[in-house]
Design a protein around this ligand. Structure first.
Ligand SMILES: Cc1cc2nc3c(=O)[nH]c(=O)nc-3n(C[C@H](O)[C@H](O)[C@H](O)COP(=O)(O)OP(=O)(O)OC[C@H]3O[C@@H](n4cnc5c(N)ncnc54)[C@H](O)[C@@H]3O)c2cc1C
Length: 396
């Protein structure tokens, strides 16, 4: 039994680290790589971020798992996962939705026109997408979404509202789920569209969250979309969304930030004196650190199971649910432990120059709950595990 990655994969990780080190030498690196950040999505599309994404594209890191006929390298998906691991370790932007759910869905189901228009731009890092699924009354129960698309000439007229659309404020295109058949069963009447984000009928209002992650409310008023920008078949949107969400759960929740966070906590414990004694000799701190170390190792193994299952060609739904549930809640436990250890100093905001570890922990304490909500809440992950793994049917 071997829990480590193979030689080729380790070589690839070394190459990515070298690439990151080269980028870190550049003047604007701090704008784009910041391990103190919880996630890259709070960033707007700054010139530094654009440059970084372009450099990744030039290095051939976009679409590594795509078929060669679409400009990919047909490498196993694990390479994209390993790339994201190294990027998230330093807080850099991940390869994200373009290469992931948008690109993969277009390759599998998109028309020749949509493939020709979008895939090359994704590979060159020239386009950003926002995912418009959630609505005020449709989050966990996404299939209840109501934004309507009604037939109009050779296209569709879209009207409705979306909630929590991350990156809408800088994306170029909206990957939008709409109800195309109000009479069909709720999972059967949904279609996906691509809509330019600068369409005059689209209004974007920012929502600032507890962790300073800016997401958005989006209003869609009389937005006409031609048939050419319907993704795949009409009323098949639910199938495409589910396929893509499985992909998202595999690639979005990387392990390295958890590991980095634990290592920083360990540094903190070793370097902090409380009442003249090192924190590291406090029995309660030692007990908590030992427990957290074991949990970090557990999270790593859960993540490896996701990768292993995906590498066998199976969809790792249960494994990904277990991993997301455990890892995102562990992020919270780590941040809470840091706040306990730091006492009142832990409350200092990152803008305060006296904040320990540049305010990382105070921010982390506020930011980590978001991960237990986005891409399926903890309760939804438990439902997946109860239904699919434990075969516990929901009966009333
Ligand atoms: C930072 C952030 C970024 C996001 N980015 C995007 C994005 O880019 N695009 C997008 O479309 N969406 C995005 N979302 C939305 C996200 O997917 C939803 O918030 C999430 O699916 C939960 O939906 P909701 O907020 O409507 O809560 P609800 O579904 O209303 O849930 C409320 C509470 O009820 C619980 N609950 C709901 N159903 C059940 C059930 N069946 N059993 C037990 N408990 C249940 C939930 O766990 C939760 O605690 C983002 C969210 C966040 C926080």
């Amino acid at each position: 039994m071997n829990f480590e990655f193979g030689i080729e994969e380790q070589k690839f990780v070394a190459e990515v680290r070298h690439f990151i080190a080269e980028q870190a030498m550049l003047e604007d690196a701090h704008d784009v790589m910041n391990p103190n950040r919880e996630s890259d999505s709070i960033l707007s599309d700054t010139p530094a971020r654009k440059r970084f994404n372009k450099a990744m594209a030039e290095r051939g890191y976009m679409g590594m798992s795509w078929p060669k006929q679409y400009g990919g390298k047909e490498l196993p998906g694990i390479y994209e996962y390993l790339l994201n691991e190294e990027l998230s370790r330093v807080g850099a932007p991940l390869i994200g939705k373009g290469v992931g759910c948008v690109g993969q869905t277009l390759i599998r189901h998109g028309s020749d026109k949509l493939k020709a228009e979008f895939l090359p731009k994704i590979l060159r890092a020239e386009v950003e997408f926002a995912l418009g699924y959630t609505e005020p009354g449709a989050g966990s129960d996404l299939a209840s979404l109501k934004l309507k698309a009604e037939r109009s000439d050779d296209g569709w007229m879209l009207n409705g509202q979306k909630m929590f659309t991350t990156s809408a404020h800088f994306a170029d295109w909206y990957w939008l789920a709409a109800r195309t058949d109000p009479l069909a069963k709720k999972h059967k009447g949904i279609s996906l569209f691509l809509v330019p984000m600068d369409h005059p009928g689209i209004t974007i209002t920012p929502i600032e969250t507890l962790g300073e992650h800016v997401t958005n409310q989006v209003f869609v008023d009389d937005v006409w979309v031609s048939d050419e920008y319907l993704v795949g078949e009409e009323n098949k949107g639910w199938t495409y969304i589910c396929e893509a969400l499985d992909y998202e759960r595999f690639t979005f929740y990387t392990f390295s930030p958890l590991e980095e966070k634990f290592n920083r906590l360990l540094e903190l414990v070793k370097s902090t004196l409380r009442d003249g004694r090192p924190l590291s000799s406090d029995p309660c701190v030692r007990r908590d650190m030992a427990r957290l170390a074991t949990e970090v190792e557990t999270a790593k193994m859960l993540q490896r199971r996701v990768i292993y299952t995906a590498s066998t060609g199976e969809v790792p739904s249960v494994e990904a649910a277990e991993c997301k549930l455990f890892s995102t809640e562990l992020h919270q436990r780590l941040s809470r432990a840091a706040m306990d250890f730091l006492g009142e100093d832990g409350l200092l905001h990152k803008d305060d120059e006296d904040a320990p570890m540049a305010g990382k922990w105070e921010w982390s304490y506020r930011a980590t709950p978001l991960d237990t909500i986005g891409a399926g809440t903890s309760e939804i992950q438990k439902n997946i595990i109860a239904r699919k793994k434990l075969q516990l049917p929901l009966e009333y």
